[in-house]
Design a protein around this ligand. Structure first.
Ligand code: NAD
Ligand code: MG
Length: 403
């Protein structure tokens, strides 16, 4: 029996957080929860705390903290309530913690995730924005502390599974070419608007955009999937996770989301990881690595899938993917700028203050204006993030067209 792993789940109330706790619940003899965190949905967090009995729950505001503490006490729970960003870092670095599931959405997840990396934890990385914002710094922190980094994003988890072990565990010890890898092929579902005519994009509503054909996810990543910004963020994520030059990363649209990504080797072999689209597969893989456990996922029924299709991404209708490659080429803080602009754009779109095509227009404008900012320290990156948010807000006031 493997030793018990003690886990902090950052973003426990979200889609990844809930799937993580589903895996935890299947293996009470393997996993113990140290802390659960959430920014909203306090009732859900309360129910999770009562079921998993963590030492701490963390919320962001005092009012929620007071309410939660009262309700926990009433229910006879010994879980303590902490509040604020510093507490997120504390529960990610505590000596009792073995692994941290980084599943907060957006740049807000970066600091506790980086703290877990610096503290040498097993980092289960769902929060791709950490790598988009501070990829080099984060990978340096992982290398310096000897932390284990397991990608949870399904594509990156797939690539991790089919890369040679030496490279996936120590990607900066050699190049991809050194281990015989020619390129990484990221698959993309194409999102809900894959076949929709560009002339109708201005009429797209938030309800349509969050309806992903294959995955049930949080609202932000769902909109990113619809604009293909998500695939762009994933290209940047792959660049850092696998020490992959952008020229060795390709994107292929695969509407069935059965092939979760591929690696092409020098001898012509292409290795892929396939499965039913269910985030519990990569989550359980990361949690149990290097073992494999039953994650409750439906067996892949190839007969009912029937066929696997592949097509080239359409960069004219989905310019956000092109912007991600351009930001990578620009270097410095450009990807941090793109990430921050996109967060403002997506929030405005979900609020009906910005049309769907406006997301790419805003991102392109802010990236064009601020791509040259430096990235030599965490402070510089945070300044670039703040400047991009300011510039995006000004753009919205000037040119934003509501949907
Ligand atoms: P979600 O919106 O469902 O959940 C987000 C979680 O973060 C919630 O617990 C929320 O309370 C918390 N949160 C939100 N803002 C916060 C803040 N400012 N400070 C602290 N906590 C905050 O999102 P999700 O779909 O679970 O995605 C989480 C992360 O995982 C994202 O980075 C996403 O890109 C990545 N990811 C998700 C999926 C998926 O299937 N959902 C797949 C791959 C990667
Ligand atoms: Mg993904």
């Amino acid at each position: 029996m493997p030793p018990i792993q003690t886990l902090t789940v950052l973003g426990a109330t979200g889609s990844i957080g809930v799937n993580t706790l589903d895996v935890v619940a299947r293996y009470p003899e393997r996993y113990r929860v140290y802390a659960l965190t959430g920014a909203s949905q306090i009732d859900k967090l309360l129910a999770q705390a009562l079921q998993f009995r963590p030492r701490y729950v963390v919320v962001l505001d005092e009012a929620s903290a007071d309410r939660l503490a009262r309700e926990l006490k009433l229910a006879g729970s010994e879980t303590e309530v902490l509040c604020g960003a510093a507490a997120l870092e504390a529960v990610s670095t505590a000596p009792e913690v073995d692994a941290v599931m980084a599943a907060i959405v957006g740049a807000a997840g970066m600091r506790p995730t980086l703290a877990a990396a610096r503290a040498g934890k097993r980092v289960l990385l769902a929060n791709k924005e950490t790598l988009v914002l501070a990829g080099r710094l984060f990978m340096d922190a992982i290398n310096a502390s000897g932390a284990e980094l397991l990608p949870i994003d399904s594509e990156h988890n797939a690539i991790y599974q089919v890369l040679p072990r030496a490279h996936r565990e120590h990607p900066y010890g050699q190049t991809l070419a050194d281990v015989g890898v020619k390129r990484i092929i990221l698959t993309a579902s194409g999102g809900p608007f894959r076949t929709r005519a560009a002339e109708t994009f201005a009429a797209i509503t938030p309800e349509e955009a969050v309806k992903h054909p294959n995955w049930a996810m949080g609202r932000k990543i769902s909109v990113d999937s619809a604009s293909l910004m998500n695939k762009g963020l994933e290209v940047i994520e792959a660049r850092w996770l696998f020490n992959a030059p952008p020229s060795e990363i390709a994107v292929v649209v695969h509407p069935q989301s059965i092939v979760h990504s591929m690696v092409e080797y020098a001898d012509g072999s292409v290795l892929a990881q396939l499965g039913t689209p269910d985030m519990r597969t990569p989550i359980a893989y990361g949690m149990a690595y290097p073992e494999r456990v039953d994650a409750g996922v439906k067996s892949l029924d190839l007969f009912s899938v029937g066929r696997l299709d592949f097509e080239a991404p359409d960069l004219a209708r989905f310019p956000c993917l092109r912007l991600a490659f351009e930001a990578l080429e620009a270097g410095g803080a450009a990807t941090a700028v793109l990430n921050a602009a996109n967060e403002v754009a997506v929030a405005a779109f979900l609020d009906r203050r910005l049309s769907f095509p406006g997301i790419a227009a805003l991102n392109e404008s802010v990236l064009g204006a601020l791509a040259g900012l430096p990235a030599d320290s965490l402070e510089a990156l945070m300044q670039a993030d703040a400047a991009a948010r300011e510039s995006a807000t000004a753009w919205l006031a000037r040119e934003g067209v509501p949907c």
